[in-house]
Write a protein that binds this ligand. Structure first.
Ligand code: S3P
Length: 176
């Protein structure tokens, strides 16, 4: 089962992917980490210094193209993958199920205030909120499933995803 987690920065994609990977015994692919490896940067700030947002988006497209081959993985995307539909198209290949981790902007802002990871597109709260408002309909449009995360633990979110989209939980119709 290939699960692709999308959502805004701070929506819990990485933590949820880690738990899903453990629970489903599937490898987890962190797109942000792959971006750092491929660009030779140590942080997203450095990626932006090297080549701006364009470098990030081009690298994401190349990574998604390679991931289109894989199956039985959990892919944690960067929050901006919905800016390029081709990324979603690649990640959907081989049965990829796209799950949107939805969180309110206020919850996201609270979570990110406590997160030391550099996020070049979340330096100004008002601008970040505009970006959130712009992207929210895109996450919904591309999602096969939507999980509301406010007030839910990572374990609850992972369990919800497993019980709604894992094939092991689909009724076995082969005997009917
Ligand atoms: C970005 C989200 C970040 C990272 C980069 C840009 C975005 O990933 O890819 O800083 O455009 O929303 P996370 O969603 O994992 O924070």
């Amino acid at each position: 089962m290939k699960i692709v987690l999308i959502g805004f920065m701070g929506s819990g994609k990485s933590s949820t992917a880690e738990m899903l990977g453990t629970r489903l015994s599937q490898p987890v692919i962190e797109m942000d980490e792959q971006v750092l490896q491929r660009t030779g940067a140590v942080s997203m700030d450095e990626v932006f210094q090297k080549g701006g947002e364009l470098l990030l988006r081009e690298t994401e497209i190349a990574i998604a193209k390679e991931l289109s081959e894989g199956s039985d993985t959990v892919v944690s995307t960067g929050g901006g993958v919905v800016m390029n539909k081709i990324i979603i198209d690649y990640l959907r290949q081989n049965g990829g199920q796209v799950v949107y981790l939805s969180a309110s902007f206020s919850e996201i802002a609270t979570r990110l205030a406590a997160d030391p990871t550099p996020r070049p597109l979340f330096t100004d709260r008002a601008q970040a909120e505009d970006l959130y408002t712009f992207r929210e309909p895109l996450y919904r449009r591309y999602a096969d499933a939507i999980v509301e995360t406010d007030g839910r633990s990572i374990a609850e979110i992972a369990q919800h995803i497993i019980s709604t989209i894992s094939p092991a939980n689909e009724p076995d119709i082969s005997t009917h």
